[in-house]
Design a binder for this molecule. Structure first.
Ligand SMILES: NC(=O)c1ccc[n+]([C@@H]2O[C@H](COP(=O)([O-])OP(=O)(O)OC[C@H]3O[C@@H](n4cnc5c(N)ncnc54)[C@H](O)[C@@H]3O)[C@@H](O)[C@H]2O)c1
Length: 262
């Protein structure tokens, strides 16, 4: 995990999400919960009263998230899993469902935008894994599935993504948006399916880029004048996931400080 310079503030406030209407004791599965946006989402979910199945390929990182949730008085289980591995995902669902009814899912894990594996390998990891995790979830929970949120990106959906990323990334993120819309229309709203498109968000993955002067200069074109905090993504994800968003289905919500409209 990369460490940021001490003068870079990496986190915003973690808001209490209890007013969003979740039923205490129900469980959300968050993939990639060991770092960045996934970790902030797992912690925010815990403030809402949900139990958290914290999935990550990095089991130690998932365990730290689960321990932090326990420290907040919440319930969480760390699960080590590669979301692109069908047998591993099946075992992870067994473990998650043992924690409690799991009507909520956040598909957040995926390879970084500069990953140099072959195009189709990364499409499988970034896009195929979202379908894999979701279809196994739907097969297990059926119409008790309330809602899911998928992590897309401004890349692919509102912009090309620039010169430093690999081709699979915008392709996968556009695919995730299309798959989200498919889910939103396929199952009569059980589950509702929505996506968020983060702009530049400060996470262990992106902080090293943000310290590059050219990218820092680019960030100044964001109307709110700074990159986003993972907690700001988490708040939007939790809202879309929640009963408070019961009539929102099939949207792609940019959470980017106005970057794509500037
Ligand atoms: N940070 C940004 O600026 C930004 C912008 C647009 C979109 N996103 C999207 O948001 C999501 C989270 O990004 P982040 O910046 O928080 O990343 P991050 O690197 O901080 O965290 C990602 C987590 O996912 C885990 N992970 C990766 N591959 C996995 C796999 N195959 N199985 C299970 N776990 C896996 C990693 O171990 C890590 O803990 C990603 O889908 C990313 O594409 C981020």
């Amino acid at each position: 995990m990369s460490e940021a310079k001490e003068d870079v503030q990496l986190h915003g406030p973690l808001y209490d999400m209890r007013a969003l209407g979740f039923e205490a004791g129900q469980v959300v599965t968050v993939t990639g919960a060991g770092s960045g946006i996934g970790k902030a989402t797992a912690l925010a979910a815990a403030t809402s009263g949900l139990g958290v199945a914290a999935w990550d390929i990095n089991g130690d990182a998932a365990q730290i998230t689960a321990d932090e949730i326990a420290g907040l008085g919440g319930k969480a289980l760390a699960i080590t899993v590669d979301v692109a591995d069908p047998e591993g995902v099946a075992r992870a669902w067994d473990a998650s469902l043992a924690l409690g009814e799991c009507p909520y899912l956040v598909n957040n894990a995926g390879p970084p935008s500069n990953d140099e594996a072959p195009f189709l390998t990364n499409l499988e990891r970034a896009l195929g894994s979202v379908e894999l995790v979701t279809s196994q979830w739907l097969a297990r929970v059926g119409d008790r599935a309330d809602s899911l949120v998928n992590l897309a990106s401004v890349a692919g959906n509102f912009q090309g993504g620039g010169k430093t990323i690999q081709a699979f990334y915008p392709a996968a993120k556009t695919g995730i948006t299309g798959y989200t819309r498919y889910l939103a229309s396929k199952y009569d709203g059980k589950p509702r399916a929505n996506a968020v498109a983060p702009g530049m968000t400060l996470t262990p993955r992106t902080v090293p880029f943000m310290q590059n002067p050219a990218i820092a200069e680019n960030a100044r074109s964001i109307p709110v004048g700074r990159p986003g905090y993972p907690e700001e993504l988490a708040a939007a994800i939790l809202f879309l996931l929640s009963p408070a968003a019961s009539y929102i289905n099939g949207v792609l919500l940019p959470v980017d400080g106005g970057w794509v409209v500037a």
